[in-house]
Structure formats: C-alpha cells, structure tokens
Design a protein. Structure first.
Lengths: 469, 260
C-alpha cells in the first residue's frame, strides 16, 4: 500500500516550503563534516548535562540518552496561531469539564456523557467531589499531543492532564541549537521559549489564593524516568525539589523539613501520580507520598498542581467526548480535530474493530508511554491475534483509531538525511490566563517507518521553531 | 433502639515514636437509620473534625512529640431505627462499581457470583450470595491478615468479617451492582468481641441495602454505621503511620449496650 505523508520541509512537488527556505539554504552551505562534528558535540554535551531517562520494563534500570536530532521542526507563525488557539480552547473546556464533573455534573444531566463511563472510571476521584479549587482550575499544566495526517491537518491524539513531561527537552534542545548553530538564530525570527520556567512559576503561584505562596516540586525520586526534568524545573524556577519524606503534615498544614526548622508549603508542583500522594488515603504501600496530604488538601491549606483526579478527563475512553465538551461549555466549534475513535465497550464498535485490526491502532484506555498498544499495519498476524484475545477479554479497556499517516521531517540517520515521523506536544499553562510557549516538544520516531515516537520506544527529539512568515 | 457505645483503643510501642499521624473514622453521623444523640472523642490533643471523600467524619491526629503510647477513646449514644431497611443518598453510586486491590474479583469469585445469582440482580439474589459466602468462608479469627485480599481469603475458605465483606463486594461489583464497605458497631447479647464490625451495602432500587455476611443478616437492626468506603482501607476506624516506635501492641475495648 502506498501512503502519502505530509512532509514538514518539502511539499508534494519536492520543493522546500517557504518557512524552511532559510534553513535549507544554510544546510546546503554547511559542510557535511562540520555538521557531523556538531552532532557529536551535542551528544557529548547532553551526556555531560546528564539529560537521560530511565527505561521502564528494563530490569537493569538502564539510563539512556534521548537522541537529539539537529534538524529542527519548523512551524510558520500563522499556522502556529491556529494550533495555539486550538490548544487553549481545548484545555479550557477540559478544565470546565473537571469542575463540572466534581460539582453539578451538568454534562451528565444533559445526556452528553454516560454517568457510568466517567463515575465508575478509576480515575474519577471521590476526594474531589464538591471541593472548590481556586480559579476552578484542575489541570494547571497540560500537554496536548498533536499529529498531522496526510494532508497536513492537525489532529489531537491525546490530552495529558496528569503529570505531562518533556518540557525540559523542549528547553534543552533549544539551548543546544543556539549553542551549536547561533548563526541560524541570527538569520531569522524564531520565537523564544526560554521564559517557560518563569511562566510555570507564575502559573503555580496563581494557583494559590495567597499573595506570595511558597512553591516546591515534589518528585518520586531519582529512580523515576523523568527525575532529570523534576530537578531541572526546580532549579530553573529557583524553588526546592523535595521528595515525600522531606514533607510532613501537622494539623492539616504541609511543612518542609529544613535545616532552619519547618517551613510552610503552599503550592506543590507534584510529579507523582494520585495513587501515591498520601499512603493514608490512597495506596498504603506508597513510600513516595506524604501521610495526611489529602486531608490538608481538602482543607484548602495546600494547592496541588495538577489537582487530584484530572485523569478522568484525559482517559482515552473520555477523549471522544472532548469536541462535545467544547460545544457544551464554550459554545464554540472545536478548532482542532479529534481522531475518529471506536470504543470497544460498545458492542457494534467492538465488532468493527475486531474485523479491521490490521488497519487500526488499538490502545488501552489507561495506557500511556506507548506501552500496551497495537499498530495494526506494523504488526505480524501472530501479534494481531494475541491482541485480539486481550480485547475480547476486556473490551471496555480498549479504544481503536484509524492509523494516521503522521507527518515526517527530515532527520539525520546513519546514511545521511531521511524523513522520519514526528508528533508535537505543546505545553499549556492555565493560571490567571491560559498561555502556551510557541512550539512545544517535537518527538521523532527514529526507526524507519515507525509511528511510535515515545522516548521509551526509541524516539528522539527535535528543536521546535515557530518562524515568522 | 438506643445504643450506648464505648470504644477505647490503646497502642503501646516498644520504643519512642518520634512522630505519628492517624486518620480516625470514629464518629458516626446522622442518616435515615441512625440519629446521634451524643458523641465524643478522647484524644491526646484536640483535633478539628472534617468530612472525608466518602462523607464520613474524619479526625486527623498528628503527634510530633516523642510518645510510647496512644489512647484513642470514642463514646456516645445513638438512636437506631430498627424498622428501616434501606438508606437513600443523593451521591451517585457509580463510583462504588470500581474494584480496589482488596476487592478485585478473580475468576473463582466471578464464577461463584454467577453461580448463585445467574441473571438475577435483586435483593433476594444478593441474600443468596451472602448466605453462600458465609458457608464458603468459615469464620476463623487469625486465618487472614489485615491486608489479605478477597480472592486470597476466598481461596483459603476462611476469614473474618473484613474478608467476608471484601468477597461480597468483589462478587456484587462483578455482577454490575455498586457495593461498599461499612465499618461500625454491632450489638449482640452473647459475644462482645464482635462489637467492632464490618458489613457490606449494595445499591438496589436507588437505595443502599445492608448485607452482613458474617452474621447472615440482611436487615441491619443492630448495626451502627461509622464509615463507608470502597474497601477496608477507606472505612477502617484507625489508619495511621509513624516514625520510630519499633514493635506495636494494640488493645481494643468495645462495649455496645442497649439503653432503656
């Protein structure tokens, strides 16, 4: 089967798209050996900076470098403005959905979402029922995963409203590009992104009703795959990086142990899943959380960002309802498209999915990180049959989507430059206002033909440019 | 019936505890079935009450001075409406369909539920299930641990009220019936050691109905409700953590008596 992919750099006739012309000229003028030398330099610098991630499912807990590709992904500013508006619209609606779900449940009463589907969902947190949050914000930091189909249309693949990661790579990739190729940034206007840590701190502070709240970053610890990012963001914001054991609760207030005695904590940017936050309220075996934290949170004595219970809104079984949420809460038409989605919990959709497995992408509703999914066209008959059995055993745990083409971007590979599939994760910050730094994280599937961009599955990253056109 | 309760829990530690924190669900609240006439907690230091995610009254006791014992007392009087079988509530019951580690049904529990209920999803079906579970899991103190899950206890064919309740919840939820864990007190003439008790509630016809597997009671005549939740961990009267202390000895004294 011949597929046509949308290439970010070249149009259908093989001509360089206007927003890439400057870069293409530079690439043609720069000697290959110099480029190779700069790439080796980048590898060395990333190693030295310790930018690594830990692979899950790897018993040795091996740390690996996420491959960085020096050919940027570039987006014309006029196109970006649409994507930006679309992401902001989506995150606003998702926050309104969460506020509604944990209060009046108007959207259920209106018959738009079935009660059972959200309320019996494991990610729906009873602890949030009736709790009022400052500014009614639940997802302060959101990552919206976008891909482009064959004709270049942007689609939202999923929303990440729990603890979205990757922003440190966005920032480090830019720093690296500016260091290796300063001339590129002099030749054209590329929107800056280095103010992200300031915006993040501002967002975290505005999540609290206090004037100057004290903020900490709570990490599960150095064995977490994103520990580098937790340390990085704490340092960039100039706030403390803490583990659960560094915090304690007394009389429903959260304190940090310091050498000068206990210090009150007002906002916790937590990079720890709900289930691990408080061993007295959730998973009792968790050594990562803070006993008593939930009670303090419910007394409104501390802010958690993101809030508890946001997972019910980015669950893949709730994803198909997001366009309806936008219409319901904002009375607007969605700016960004959803990928058509079959819900295996519905018998007629299930039989369609089972009849078309070789063409579809099947995902676990609770899965993330590219684990537990089937890419039909890239799978063997045996793999497909094995997955069929899993779907039949637990239909409600799966959704299926048509295999999107995913746009490509020229990428350095072993034998020169070749197109590889990419996605885009802009980071949306919701505080007094909703803001997005231009671009986001571009992930690239380095294996030829692969559509899985997750770093845990052999994906790399690229610097992402928004270029004035 | 008017019940008078006195409940004292004492923890003794081998070494000094540097700091401890307890979530206490030891205060009943008013409902259609019960009316709290008086209630008071005796704690090492004053603590403000709050409402937990399940609507239970929660006290969070934090102690950060070194201590080698904690005494937690609860006492009061509650009027029970013996004739009322079911209780209504405005909160949705859907969240009580989900399973937890302690209430996850395995194939054996699923099959057991199917065998005794078939297509029936009504109260008589759940009463049959309750009685069958009571036969299948012999009441045996010491046969299980506090963290034994429903499937393990069922496989071992033995357990206490906590295990009976977990197995019942696993079965009911696997049938698509929302069900929840209840902890509380039970008045019995004969055996005082049963006074601190656990049973289940299932959502049928828009109301919560009680199922006490251990005592084979589907009418909660002598049951005083303290707290509800998805499982034992949500509803247990005391759930705590401490730094230091070494070995712990716990002693509980519970008296439940009718008042005239």
């Amino acid at each position: 089967m011949i597929r046509t992919y949308y290439d970010e750099m070249y149009d259908g006739a093989g001509q360089v798209r206007p927003h890439y012309r400057e870069f293409a000229r530079w690439l043609a003028d720069t000697p290959t050996e110099l480029l190779a030398q700069r790439r080796r330099e980048a590898d060395l610098l990333f190693h030295r900076a310790g930018i690594t991630f830990t692979l899950y499912g790897d018993e040795l807990g091996t740390e690996r470098l996420i491959p960085f590709d020096t050919i940027p992904r570039s987006i014309p500013a006029s196109e970006w403005r649409v994507v930006e508006r679309g992401c902001i619209q989506r995150v606003k609606a998702l926050n309104m959905f969460l506020a509604d779900l944990y209060h009046d449940q108007r959207i259920i009463k209106a018959g738009i979402i079935p009660a059972e589907q959200v309320l019996a969902n494991e990610q729906y947190q009873l602890a949030m029922q009736g709790l009022d949050l400052h500014r009614d914000l639940y997802s302060h930091i959101s990552g919206v995963d976008l891909v482009r189909d064959g004709d270049g249309t942007y689609y939202v693949l999923e929303d990440n409203l729990r603890t979205p990661s990757g922003v440190s790579y966005m920032l480090e990739d830019r720093k690296m590009m500016m260091r290796l190729f300063p001339e590129l940034f002099a030749a054209q206007r590329i929107a800056p992104i280095d103010h992200y840590p300031n915006l993040l701190l501002d967002t975290l502070k505005s999540a609290s009703p206090l004037d100057n709240p004290s903020v900490v970053v709570l990490t599960p610890g150095r064995f977490n795959s994103a520990f580098f990012e937790h340390a990085f963001l704490a340092r960039e914001m100039g706030v403390e990086l803490v583990e659960g054991a560094d915090l304690f609760v007394r009389d429903d207030r959260v304190f940090m142990r310091t050498t000068d005695g206990p210090k009150a904590v007002d906002v916790i940017y937590r990079r720890l899943d709900d289930a691990f936050l408080d061993p007295l309220a959730f998973n009792p075996d968790s050594m990562l959380g803070v006993p008593g934290l939930l009670a303090a949170y419910r007394c409104a004595n501390v802010v958690l960002a993101n809030a508890i219970g946001t997972g019910v809104a980015d669950d893949k079984s709730v994803y198909p309802f997001v366009p309806e949420m936008i219409r319901f809460y904002l009375d607007e038409e969605p700016i960004l498209q959803n990928v058509p989605t079959f819900q295996c919990r519905n018998p007629d959709e299930l039989s369609h999915v089972l009849a078309h497995l070789p063409e579809l992408v099947v995902k676990e509703t609770q899965g993330s990180g590219g684990y537990g999914m089937l890419v039909g066209p890239a799978s063997t008959a045996a793999e497909i049959e094995a997955f069929r059995a899993r779907i039949k055993a637990k239909p409600h745990a799966y959704i299926a989507q048509p295999t999107l083409c995913l746009s490509t971007c020229p990428t350095f590979v072993e034998n020169g430059i070749a197109p590889r599939h990419i996605d885009l994760r802009p980071f949306v910050l919701s505080g007094k206002e909703t803001r997005v730094v231009p671009g986001g994280l571009t992930r690239v599937a380095l294996r030829e033909g692969s559509l899985v961009v997750n770093s845990s599955q052999g994906g790399g990253t690229k610097d992402t440019w928004v270029v004035e056109d | 019936m008017r019940l008078s309760i006195s409940h004292e829990t004492t923890y003794h530690y081998q070494d000094q505890v540097r700091a401890s924190i307890q979530y206490l669900r030891l205060t009943p609240h008013d409902s259609e079935r019960q009316h709290v006439l008086s209630w008071q907690l005796d704690l090492p230091r004053p603590v403000r009450a709050q409402v937990d995610p399940f609507g239970n009254i929660l006290h969070v006791l934090t102690l950060d001075e070194p201590h080698d014992a904690i005494i937690i007392g609860a006492r009061g009087q509650v009027e029970i409406d013996e004739l009322r079988e079911a209780e209504h509530e405005s909160q949705s019951a859907w969240p009580f369909l989900r399973c937890t580690r302690l209430t996850e049904p395995d194939e054996a529990l699923r099959r057991f539920a199917e065998q005794h209920c078939h297509q029936r999803r009504d109260r008589t079906a759940l009463i049959d299930l309750m009685q069958a579970l009571n036969q299948a899991m012999i009441y045996t103190p010491g046969a299980t641990e506090v963290d034994t899950c429903a499937a393990q206890a069922f496989a071992g064919a033995a357990g206490v009220c906590q295990d009976h309740t977990h197995a019942f919840l696993a079965c009911a939820r696997s049938l698509g019936i929302p069900a929840r864990y209840v902890s509380g007190y039970l008045y019995t003439e004969d055996c005082a050691h049963l006074a601190s008790h656990a049973w289940a509630e299932a959502w049928l016809d828009d109301a919560w109905y009680s199922f006490d597997v251990t005592n084979q009671l589907a009418r909660p005549e002598r049951h005083l409700k303290l707290a509800v939740g998805l499982d034992y961990l949500d509803a247990c009267p005391v759930r705590g953590m401490r730094r230091g202390g070494g070995h712990e000895q716990m002693h509980a004294k519970v008296f439940v008596a009718p008042q005239q």
